[in-house]
Design a protein around this ligand. Structure first.
Ligand SMILES: Cc1cc2nc3c(=O)[nH]c(=O)nc-3n(C[C@H](O)[C@H](O)[C@H](O)COP(=O)(O)OP(=O)(O)OC[C@H]3O[C@@H](n4cnc5c(N)ncnc54)[C@H](O)[C@@H]3O)c2cc1C
Length: 464
């Protein structure tokens, strides 16, 4: 398929169509095949994007939307004959309304840029992720990003008040009304959140904002096992109520690895406990948060065997560093595989035992590192591998996802999406009837399959 560059130029002008070195010289981010299409189109607004879609549809050209390229499931992979859509010109923060508690932003605004703009207003965006410097609000909407504070603020789905979306046929859907109460028909915007660019292209977002927490406190707590971890979670939620802003977990091998990194210093707790929780509380000021956290912990003796409460910002960072430094696994092995799964809280213990036993039986010696946003049932499993083992990754994927599927209310993707990477395992987490409805929606909104074809599920056109 030849890309009709001349016709795209008529819409965008020369400056906003990139080819050759201007494409290959870019960083492909976390998806090796992101730039393989070799052509990047850079529309400035929804109108230009609508014209691109109309043209692409008439010529059967597939469009691959890309934000900050921090997605972890190959949702931005492209190939020759397709055109990449970049949102890098849609970087305007149109409005911050502190009274109504909303911001209106272009899809290409990075999370870090928005956070900086909100700071003087004493407001925050509810979803915060470590990729904040590069990830875009449009990408976060399209993947329904989560992160460490979902317990407190929800995922992107709960934080989007309105959207502007361009459909495959060039229709512009203006759903930017920020009204909280609005039952005028279907809530269409929800259909596009988490659809990974397969149903529509997000150009503008109205985000709900939250008062910045005035004070926080955090503790590292050791538990005897998953049952105690679950009991600790219930106890801290009862004690702190809506003040519980994060509940994260790390299993022993992961904690021992990340706290052994050069420059880490002495681990806040010994590395001998089976599992650790990071508990974070928010309140009117740091002192109140600390008091509430200590009070709740003081009655958690059953589930908690040891605990340390951060006394300074630097101690707080040290505790969080142990959790966030998953690079330690990446650096420690020639290759690795990372899984992002979801389970009911009661199933986490059985799953941890199950995956350990199955790995030992089939791939003896392969280390599994476990950590995650356990308060929302979201577990990350990282395997340390050799290059040869990674080349045969299908065996590991089958083992992990087949294990996940043994639990009735489980998911192969808690927050990263499906993209290409998990496409073959989607049926472990949804019913055939649900997949059929997804196909019906795709067929109705994008009958020529020009929007990110082959991502989430196969459509039979222009795929990988
Ligand atoms: C260090 C690190 C930490 C991370 N932590 C988390 C975490 O805690 N929680 C979490 O949920 N994720 C996390 N991620 C994953 C990633 O950051 C998120 O998926 C993020 O939302 C992707 O945003 P992006 O702008 O980079 O999108 P991209 O990677 O560019 O694209 C992601 C998907 O969205 C589509 N897309 C992008 N922009 C648009 C648009 N405007 N309209 C329609 N479709 C579009 C793409 O086609 C693709 O399918 C992390 C990633 C890294 C590298």
């Amino acid at each position: 398929m030849t890309i009709p560059l001349r016709d795209f130029r008529a819409i965008l002008g020369d400056a906003h169509i990139l080819t050759g070195d201007a494409v290959t010289g870019r960083d492909a981010g976390y998806c090796a095949e992101a730039l393989d299409a070799g052509v990047i189109l850079r529309p400035g607004d929804a109108r230009e994007l609508a014209d691109i879609c109309t043209l692409a549809r008439s010529r059967g050209i597939a469009l691959v939307p890309q934000g900050g390229l921090t997605g972890l499931v190959d949702g931005t992979a492209s190939h020759e004959g397709q055109a990449i859509l970049s949102f890098e010109r849609m970087t305007t923060i149109e409005r911050i309304d502190p009274v109504q508690g909303i911001a209106v932003v272009g899809a290409g605004v990075t999370l870090a840029a928005l956070q900086e703009a909100l700071e003087p207003h004493g407001l925050v965006c509810g979803v915060d992720i470590a990729a904040r410097g590069s990830c875009t609000i449009g990408g976060m909407v399209s993947t329904n990003a989560g992160g460490a504070r979902v317990l407190r603020y929800g995922m992107m789905r709960q934080n989007v008040a309105g959207l502007e979306v361009v459909l495959a046929d060039g229709t512009i859907l203006d759903m930017t009304s920020p009204l909280i109460k609005n039952n005028a028909g279907y809530d269409l915007k929800q259909m596009f959140i988490g659809s990974e660019g397969t149903l529509g292209l997000v150009t503008k977002i109205v985000l709900k904002l939250w008062p910045a927490p005035k004070g926080t406190a955090c503790a590292l707590v050791a538990c005897t096992g998953e049952e105690a971890l679950g009991a600790l979670f219930a106890h801290m939620r009862d004690g702190l109520g809506s003040g519980l802003s994060a509940f994260e977990a790390m299993w022993r091998d992961y904690y021992a690895l990340t706290t052994a990194r050069p420059g880490y210093g002495t681990p806040p707790l010994p590395t001998t406990h089976p599992v650790y929780a990071i508990v974070e509380a928010s309140a009117a000021d740091d002192e109140d948060a600390r008091e509430a956290l200590v009070a709740a912990l003081s009655t958690a003796e059953g589930p908690a065997t040891d605990a340390v409460v951060a006394r300074s910002e630097s101690e707080r960072r040290t505790i969080w560093r142990a959790r966030e430094d998953s690079d330690a696994v990446e650096q420690g092995y020639a290759a690795n595989l990372s899984y992002d799964i979801g389970l009911e809280l009661a199933d986490i213990g059985p799953f941890v035992a199950d995956i350990g036993a199955r790995l030992d039986a089939r791939f003896p010696g392969v280390p599994a590192y476990l950590f995650g946003h356990v308060g929302d049932g979201n577990l990350h499993v990282m395997l340390g591998l050799s290059d040869a083992q990674h080349a045969a990754r299908g065996g590991f994927d089958d083992l992990v996802y087949d294990t996940v599927a043994r639990y009735p209310h489980s998911t192969v993707s808690a927050e990263h999406g499906i993209g290409l990477e998990k496409r073959d395992y989607l049926d472990r987490s949804i019913t055939p009837e649900m997949l059929a409805v997804m196909r019906t929606l795709k067929g109705a909104l994008d009958p020529a399959t020009i929007l990110n074809p082959g991502k989430v599920f196969c459509t039979g056109r222009g795929e990988f």
